[in-house]
Design a protein around this ligand. Structure first.
Ligand code: NAP
Length: 324
C-alpha cells in the first residue's frame, strides 16, 4: 500500500450543471450537491487497481491536499468482499476511485469467470462498502458496452449491447454500481487508453515498428484515443464538481487504429509503412464495436472543459517512450 498526501486543498472551480436524465431516471435534477461551490475541499481518496495504467496516472495527477491511499492488486483484490469491506472501513475515504479491471479483451473470451470477478463482482463489492461507509464511488467503464452500430457518437443514455465477454462483464459492473448506489454513483466511460504504466496499442505499435518495415493495422474501427494522464486530470475535475451518474470522457477527435499507428510512427520519426486493413483481415477472439466514439458533451457541461485532441496528447506521450 502506498499513501501520499499533498499540501493544499482540492480546488473546486467550475459549476456543475444539472445532469441530464440518464439511464434510468435516477439522475434527474441537480441537487445543491451537484453544483460546485467556490470553497475548497480536503478529500481522502482511495484508489484501487493503482498499479495499472490509469491508476498510475490518477496518482500522478493527484491535486494538492488530497490524501491519497493507493492500493495495488497485491494490496487489495476487489473481488474479495471482506477484504474490500475492511479496507474501505479502515481508510475512511470520502471517495473511492476504482481503476481495477480485467482488461485483456481477447483473453476474457476464454476466461469469462475471471473477467466477471474483477469487472462485475469487484465494483459491486466497492459499491456496497461505499454505501455502508457513506463514501462516493467513481467507477471506470468502457465504450465496449456498446455494439458499435450507431451513426453518431454514443451518449451516456444510449442503449447498450456489448459484443464480447469483457464488455458484458464491464456492463454488469456498471449495473451493480447503479443498483447499489442509485443516487450517488459516478461511472466514467472512456476508451482506447494509452500512457505510461501499462501495455497499450501505441507502445506496442512503436515496438513493432522498430522491428518491421511494414505493419498492417485495422482501419474500420472508430474510437477516441485517450491519454491516461489527460483522463486522470479529468477524473479529478469530476470529483471536484461532485458529478453523479454516467459521464463519457475521452480525448477530442475520432480515429481508427490505422490513424493512431500512423500518427505514433510519424511522431517517433520512424519510417515503417502502415498498411490499412479490415477487421475481417485480422480475426481476434473478441468481437469489437466498429464505431464506439463517445460523445463527451456531458463531461464538457459538467466541468466547463474538454480534453485536448488525441494527436496533441500523442505528441506529449510518444517522446516519453524510449523508442526515439
Ligand atoms: N485500457 C483501455 O483502453 C481502457 C478502455 C476503456 C476503459 N478502460 C477501463 O479503465 C480501467 C483501468 O484500465 P487500465 O487501462 O489502467 O488497465 P490496466 O493497466 O490493466 O490496469 C488494471 C489494474 O487492475 C489491477 N487488477 C486486476 N485484477 C484485479 C483485482 N482482482 N483486484 C484489484 N486490482 C486488480 C491490475 O493489476 P495486475 O496487473 O497486477 O493484475 C492492474 O493494475 C479499467 O476499468 C478498464 O476496464 C480501459
Amino acid at each position: 500500500m502506498r499513501e501520499r498526501t499533498r499540501g493544499s486543498a482540492l480546488s473546486v472551480l467550475t459549476p456543475c450543471p444539472p445532469l441530464r436524465n440518464a439511464e434510468r431516471g435516477d439522475e434527474g435534477g441537480a441537487s445543491s450537491e451537484q453544483r460546485v461551490s467556490q470553497r475548497q475541499l480536503g478529500v481522502r481518496v482511495l484508489v484501487t487497481g493503482a498499479g495499472g495504467m490509469l491508476g498510475t496516472a490518477v496518482q500522478a495527477a493527484v491535486p494538492s491536499t488530497v490524501q491519497l491511499v493507493a492500493l495495488r492488486h497485491a494490496d487489495l483484490a476487489v473481488e474479495d468482499a471482506q477484504a474490500v469491506e475492511r479496507a474501505v472501513a479502515r481508510e475512511r475515504a470520502e471517495w473511492i476511485v476504482n481503476c481495477a479491471g480485467y482488461t485483456q479483451v481477447d483473453r476474457a473470451e476464454a476466461e469469462p469467470d475471471a473477467a466477471e470477478r474483477v469487472n462485475a463482482r469487484g465494483p459491486a463489492n466497492l459499491a456496497r462498502a461505499a454505501r455502508d461507509t457513506g463514501a462516493r464511488l467513481l467507477h471506470i467503464s468502457t465504450d465496449y458496452v456498446f455494439d458499435g452500430r450507431a451513426a453518431r457518437p454514443y451518449r451516456e443514455d444510449d442503449p447498450v449491447g456489448p459484443l464480447n465477454v469483457y464488455g458484458r462483464t464491464k456492463l454488469a459492473g456498471e449495473q451493480a454500481v447503479r443498483d447499489i448506489l442509485p443516487q450517488t454513483h459516478l461511472i466514467v466511460r472512456t476508451q482506447w487508453l494509452f500512457g505510461e504504466g501499462g501495455p497499450n496499442f501505441v507502445a506496442t505499435i512503436l515496438r513493432l515498428a522498430r522491428e518491421r518495415s511494414e505493419l498492417q493495422v485495422v482501419n474500420d474501427q472508430h474510437g477516441r484515443p485517450t491519454y491516461a494522464p489527460d483522463l486522470a486530470a479529468a477524473l479529478w475535475k469530476l470529483i471536484a464538481c461532485d458529478a453523479r451518474g454516467t459521464v463519457h470522457c475521452a480525448n477530442e477527435g475520432a480515429a481508427t487504429w490505422f490513424d493512431v499507428a500512423k500518427a505514433a510512427i510519424e511522431i517517433a520519426g520512424l519510417h515503417t509503412t502502415v498498411v490499412p486493413c479490415s477487421t475481417a483481415d485480422m480475426p481476434r477472439p473478441a468481437r469489437r464495436p466498429q464505431f464506439s466514439v463517445l460523445d463527451c458533451t456531458r463531461y464538457a457541461a459538467c466541468t466547463d472543459s474538454s480534453l485536448r485532441g488525441w494527436r496533441d496528447a500523442m505528441n506529449a506521450y510518444v517522446p516519453r517512450l524510449d523508442v526515439m
